[in-house]
Ligand binder design. Structure first.
Ligand code: ADP
Ligand code: MG
Length: 413
């Protein structure tokens, strides 16, 4: 099959050629409804409903949807996305949509239709709350990251998995450019709110800040610790009151564990920093920061529990040999490793917050603040917070001191 982009008009006929999908949907293509909902920046997503059930069919385009054909992007990202979806389904089966079918030539991935789920970012902008969110995200992070690391996987297998994802170069390059480089110079596609010119100029000549961002880039480039989702922001999480699923792993590759942890924490902090702008009359109840607390603590506990629970009789990962026979060494190794992940996470969170305000891809959290002055006020506070956690990440040894930095942000700017 040679690639062609599907449309709402042609998608049903194409899906009808795939028996397993026809069986999920039931009836005939004439009974199916197709809606293209790609609110993301890159791809087409068709939500298809039939008499028996629904599917979500995601197809890559050979360019960046947000920008247009002038910015080509390889279709192979669909291949890495389905590879990661399959790995994650094995590692954390309750936390990702089931993969139903893939077609690499068509750059098409067909998965479980998540319903009545909605994307977390939009829900947080509306001020909605999800009681299990932090626990679900901690579970996804610990299960996918620990179980693909050198702690759990023998070295030959681990190297083969690194190699399997090594070709996702173009997607990594987007992160390298958009997160670590472009916010710090006058890149053509950057944008920022009116009223921030002074801090933008200050950031561009801020040597400690730029050094710290480049330091995080170096970690991102050269630390294949575990299989990362690679784009774990609140738009990549779909939620209901009882369930949370992680979608969209097209940026997957083997990288530093703190990157996934930091990106989701950074996006929770973005939501917290936008809250006084979105709801100036309703003082924050601290729920978002409590979620960040719970996520980090839950991740750390579960990561440690996985490590302690490794069976020394069964061959486990290469690093585990270090602590296998000596429980004092084991506990010291766990603490040391979690400290390193925390420091990385803080640095990556800082980079993520800054790029969402100064770079190309902005977020609804701030963009939904109608009053431009109020928005710029929230963004300024977020930039200062982000700079702090990025530059001083070695001094901020736990999440408590980080949240104390945010106290003033809980009152309206
Ligand atoms: P992109 O990579 O282009 O950002 P996403 O994978 O984030 O695309 O999907 C875009 C949107 O499509 C999501 O925000 C969500 O609304 C919807 N979507 C994606 N996957 C599913 C799914 N499995 N079930 C229901 N809706 C989905
Ligand atoms: Mg995407």
């Amino acid at each position: 099959m040679t690639y062609y982009p599907l449309t709402e008009a042609t998608a049903a006929a194409h899906l009808a050629t795939i028996p397993v999908i026809g069986a999920v949907l039931g009836g005939t293509p004439a009974d199916w409804t197709v809606r293209e909902v790609g609110d993301g920046n890159l791809n087409l997503v068709f939500l298809v409903s039939g008499p028996e059930g629904g599917v979500a069919a995601k197809q890559a385009l050979p360019y960046v949807r947000l920008v247009g054909e002038s910015w080509p992007l390889p279709l192979s990202r669909a291949y890495y996305e389905r590879l990661a979806l399959a790995d994650q389904a094995r590692l954390a089966p309750d936390r990702v949509p089931a993969l139903l079918h893939h077609d690499d030539d068509m750059a098409l991935t067909i998965m479980e239709f998540l319903t009545p789920h909605r994307t977390l970012r939009g829900a947080l902008v509306e001020g909605l709350r999800y009681p299990h969110l932090a626990d679900h995200l901690a579970q996804f992070l610990a299960d996918t990251l620990f179980r693909t690391s050198d702690l759990a996987v023998p070295v030959a297998t681990k190297k083969a998995r690194i190699a399997a994802y090594l070709g996702n170069v173009a997607m990594c390059r987007i992160t390298e450019d958009l997160i670590f480089d472009e916010p710090y110079f006058d890149a053509p596609m950057n944008a920022h709110s009116v009223g921030l010119d002074d801090i933008v100029a200050a950031f561009r000549s801020d040597i400690p800040l730029r050094l710290a961002a480049q330091g995080m880039k170096a970690r991102f480039l050269a630390a294949p610790e575990a299989l990362l989702h690679g784009d774990l922001h609140t738009g990549s999480v779909m939620v209901t009151a009882h369930d949370s699923k992680v979608i969209d792993p097209e940026f997957a590759f083997y990288g530093p564990i703190g990157f996934d942890v930091g990106m989701i924490l950074g996006n929770l902090w973005i939501a917290a920093l936008a809250e006084p702008g979105l709801r100036p009359d309703g003082p924050s109840d601290g729920w978002l920061l409590a979620q960040a607390d719970r996520l980090w603590a839950g991740f750390a506990d579960r990561f440690a529990a996985h490590w302690r629970g490794l069976d020394p009789k069964i061959e486990s990962g290469s690093l585990h040999a270090l602590a296998r026979r000596d429980s004092a060494l084991l506990e010291a190794a766990i603490t040391t490793r979690l400290d390193q992940i925390w420091r990385d996470a803080l640095g990556f969170a800082g980079c993520e917050i800054i790029r969402r305000i100064l770079g190309l891809a902005h977020v609804a959290d701030f963009e939904s603040i109608a009053d431009v002055e109020r928005r710029a006020g929230c963004e300024r506070q977020a930039l200062l917070f982000a700079r702090d956690i990025l530059v001083r990440r070695d001094a901020l040894t736990d999440i408590g001191p980080v949240h104390r930095l945010l106290d003033p942000a809980c009152v309206a700017p």
